[in-house]
Design a protein around this ligand. Structure first.
Ligand SMILES: Cc1ncc(C[n+]2csc(CCOP(=O)(O)OP(=O)(O)O)c2C)c(N)n1
Length: 283
């Protein structure tokens, strides 16, 4: 995606949305998280959301660090808890567009329980889970999405656990929009984020990212270019818009919107119930 992308106004300059005084950023060369950041900010721009109207909440990890670079209302909170902070924020300030940026470790390990209940609750929050298959920030420990057989600092003989399908979990737990996209397909990822932010309910987006330095090197996955190209060869384009009906394995990605329902958004339902229970308090 370039600044001359025909779907964008010519005025788009990503630096307007960044705290460039914090640069140079700390991401490694080839890290897929930067692509996700750009897609998020492009989506925000395209939707015409001002920086005052945007709140980005993140947990801890390389993924979590992204919030610090965004020039909007940002909360960089405790490991695994961005969805809980975001829930409180969205209830208190329903006027804000609330986006959570989290990692596979942050969201599915320490934050797994919070993810399930955030999906079930269906507040109008967009959750971007940047899945690089590893705990990147802390040196490359195994994560719930690490593929079987992969080497990490905590699986020196190869990972024996099967990988977690975050999109199936989110769908089963009741998220009203669930999708997945690879960073190789940046325009499609941007479009999916636009769709998730526009959706009135909990939107869960799994972003297939790459950790080239900590994970790629240890597993001989090649250069960052080779890693991102291998995302493409593992994609199943025939499944665009399809159901979650195929066995899941990293590198065998179903992409696009995977499930959607029009369940009532939690805060709207809560306010409706409050109004009918206490009509005398309404002005
Ligand atoms: C309560 C708590 N436990 C553990 C940590 C250490 N810790 C910080 S980041 C992280 C892993 C992050 O991995 P992931 O969410 O996959 O993000 P990535 O760095 O790969 O983007 C861990 C275990 C912490 N900060 N707080």
């Amino acid at each position: 995606m370039t600044d001359s992308d025909s779907s964008l106004p010519a005025s788009f300059d990503i630096r307007d949305y960044l705290r460039t005084d914090l640069f140079p950023h700390f991401m490694c060369v080839g890290c897929g998280h930067g692509i996700a950041l750009r897609c998020l900010l492009t989506a925000v721009h395209e939707l015409g959301i001002s920086k005052d109207e945007l709140a980005v909440v993140s947990g801890i990890g390389c993924s979590g660090r992204i919030a610090a670079y965004i020039d909007a209302n940002t909360l960089h909170v405790t490991h695994g808890r961005p969805l809980t902070f975001a829930s409180g924020l969205k209830l208190a300030r329903p006027d804000l567009t609330v986006v959570v940026v989290t990692g596979d470790g942050d969201c599915l390990s320490i934050g797994g329980n919070h993810l399930i209940h955030a999906c079930r609750r269906n507040l109008d929050i967009t959750c971007l889970m940047l899945n690089n298959e590893v705990y990147g920030m802390t040196g490359g420990q195994v994560s719930p999405t690490t593929d079987e057989g992969r080497y990490t600092t905590t699986t020196p003989l190869g990972n024996h656990e099967p990988s977690f399908d975050a999109c199936s979990i989110a769908t089963a737990a009741g998220a009203s929009l669930v999708g997945r996209e690879i960073t190789f397909q940046a325009p499609a990822l941007k479009n999916l984020i636009v769709e998730a932010i526009s959706h009135p309910g909990f939107g869960f987006v799994e972003v297939i990212s790459d950790c080239t330095e900590i994970y790629g090197r240890r597993n001989d996955l090649g250069s960052s270019t080779e890693m991102i190209l291998s995302q493409k060869s593992g994609m199943r384009p025939e499944s665009y818009g399809g159901a979650l009906d195929q066995p899941f394995r990293p590198g065998n990605w179903q992409t696009g919107v995977l499930s959607r329902s029009d369940r009532e958004e939690y805060a709207a339902a809560y306010r409706r119930r409050t109004r009918s229970a206490r009509p005398e308090e309404q002005t």
